[in-house]
Design a protein around this ligand. Sequence first.
Ligand code: 9MR
Length: 343
Amino acid sequence: MPDDPPVPVTGSAAPPPPAPAPPPPPLRRLAAPHGLAFGTAVNLTALAEDPAYRAWVAAQFDTVTAENAMKWAELEPTRGRYEWGPTDALFAFAEANGQRVRGHTLVWHNQNPAWLADVPPDELGALLKTHVQTTVRRFRGRVWQWDVVNEVFEEDGTPRDTIWLRALGPGYVADAFRWAHEADPDALLFYNDFDIEAVNAKSDGVYDLVRELKRQDVPIHGVGVQAHCSVESPPTTPAENLGRFDALGLHTALTEVDVRMAMPSDPVKLQAQANVYRSLLRACLLTPRCLSFTVWGYTDKYSWVPGWFEGAGAAGILDENFAPKPAHRALRDDLSSGGARRR
Ligand code: 9MR
């Protein structure tokens, strides 16, 4: 004889705990109908060690950028000995999750190997070419967009004084694009900078540079607008600025978006932050050749911001416990309200 079915317990038992909130719809799925990729910078230590971090990267984003691992100091800490391991891990993760990679960054004045300081200036040109081509060839066919040249302008639009400008003169910028193109003819090649969200002296400098590069048939395909912004002073004219690069026939991308605030955060600041994220997304959606919107880390748990800006923080779209903030909702709402953009 089978046992009698168990009698349901009623009455004094404690109610079951509330079910956890279902995860929000992925940004990557909402962005796709617009022909827009939604990306994040990736901290490779967190990716290896924090399962929640990994799960969110896989679920929400379809583009990944190494936050540090593909910079020269990380790739070639000892001259002549490249260490590809961490970057290989990022590519494996991306390919397993149907994600494209933004390569960041080939030519910069920061995060260069310490040994570079001992290289005689007349060897720097050949060395830079070797670095660019070794790195681009290593990932040939697997990088969607490369940040070839990064941050060569001062705020007033004049050239930044760097090791490369001093040793090579201004022509190294065009050369870097040519070298990268030779090494991977299919990758989209970008100039990338910060504080160029609005029309201003610095973005004027970038505009003049890329227009001239186009005129000379240099293989440059896009401008990366980093968009490290703050709640207190949001960019004023992002759509107009992206639009003028678009009119040159160039792609654009928001490459490092974050929106910091004076701490502590509160609901008013979080709403203001959501509005800044939203205005940047709208500017991109209004720009036909704006290809991707990448946040510079998506969770406050691993953000670079508090370490760099005293008293500021909470710049991401998820808090340090991976709870979506109003900014995440604002981005979702904008991507899913109404139809997709036509290009
Ligand atoms: O987020 C990066 C941080 O972890 C590094 O310490 C820092 C060192 O320069 O670089 C940060 O990323 C920068 C990016 O590579 C280029 N644009 C500005 C970013 C924020 O500083």
